[in-house]
Design a protein around this ligand. Structure first.
Ligand code: MG
Length: 331
């Protein structure tokens, strides 16, 4: 594996314990990087070597098998697609149509007989080549093309990444989690709800800041990903969480999800209480939750309802919060 020299330590660490992998530092050009990779290979000349751009993530064994088969009577092989779009050449203000007859777009991985590629790199001015098959062609070796595949497209522009995420989405699933929390009303002059401090005639009693909205939401996120519950991650018996800002809990759940390659799709919190009135604070709550989770505010819902005087919320003994969260994760 050839990587930027600045990342060599990270990649070496990541490969630790895996057999058959070794990382070497690349050069300032593509061909210099390939040359560094070749220099690290100690196999005999009749070995096969495949060179692949990591920027083409959708390579499959079918592509590789076709290349290996093509090497039976060639020194190098690469997948290629016929040019389908009409080609134009612009010279100043003059536009002319160029024939696309016989033109192919070449992709990677490319496969070579190791000896032939070594010889080609030793001979040619490799710096000018934009692919390795070109060096085989120049050195008089036999180059062949195998069937290309639109899925071997290279991630170059921002829209390419969006396309790749959509394609990769087939291997992702959406999970739903729910959370419920209640805290008792007690003495106080303010209450924290969904990360916003609201002046009130009472406060909520709890070990942390008692933000039932954020607690329910934290549990919903942990539940969506099967990561336990808030009490497991932040035990109320632990003195370090006394009076804690519940944003810490929510941000922790978001980090756990991100570390597993997950992405929060949307969240929705319902606060159930007679007072205080939530409506005037709803937008501030949505914005605060979006900020903690680092998602667009359009993906955050905050609602409130009363129970019309019934039950513990109706008697104003406590406040109840419910939340749901949708999280997309690798399947
Ligand atoms: Mg709680």
């Amino acid at each position: 594996m050839v990587v930027a020299s600045s990342r060599l330590g990270d990649v070496t660490d990541a490969l630790h314990g895996l057999s058959g992998w070794r990382a070497v530092a690349g050069g300032s050009t593509r061909s210099a990087s390939v040359a560094a990779g070749l220099a690290a290979l100690c196999g005999p000349d009749d070995e096969t070597v495949l060179i692949h751009d990591a920027a083409r993530p959708f390579v499959t064994t079918t592509h590789v098998q076709a290349l290996l088969a093509a090497l039976a009577d060639a020194d190098g092989a690469a997948p290629a697609l016929p040019v389908a779009d009409t080609l134009k050449r612009k010279d100043g203000e003059t536009v002319a149509t160029v024939s696309r007859e016989g033109l192919w777009r070449v992709q990677t991985p490319q496969a070579f007989r190791l000896g032939a590629l070594r010889a080609a790199y030793a001979q040619a001015d490799a710096a000018e080549a934009t692919d390795d098959l070109a060096l085989i062609e120049r050195s008089g070796g036999r180059a062949v093309l195998t069937a290309g595949d639109p899925m071997l497209f290279k991630l170059t522009y921002p829209e390419d990444f969006a396309m790749a995420e959509t394609l990769a989405g087939a291997a992702r699933i959406t999970r739903i989690g729910q959370g419920v929390d209640a805290h008792r009303w007690g003495p106080g002059e303010a209450v924290w709800l969904c990360g916003v401090k609201i002046a009130h005639t009472h406060g909520l009693v709890g070990h942390s800041d008692a933000d039932a909205g954020l607690h329910a939401l934290t549990d919903a996120l942990l539940g969506a990903t099967g990561l336990g519950d808030i009490g497991e991650h932040f035990p109320p018996t632990d003195p370090q969480w006394k009076g804690a800002d519940s944003a810490t809990f929510l941000a922790h759940a978001a980090r756990l999800i991100a570390a597993r390659g997950g992405r929060i799709v949307n969240v929705d919190v319902t606060l159930i209480c007679e007072r205080p009135k939530i409506g005037p604070h709803r937008q501030a709550m949505r914005e605060r939750v979006a900020e903690i989770l680092q998602i667009p505010v359009g993906r955050v819902g905050v609602k409130a309802t009363t129970t019309e005087g019934m039950g513990f919320t109706g008697r104003q003994e406590g406040l109840l919060a419910q939340a749901v969260a949708a999280v997309e994760t690798p399947a």
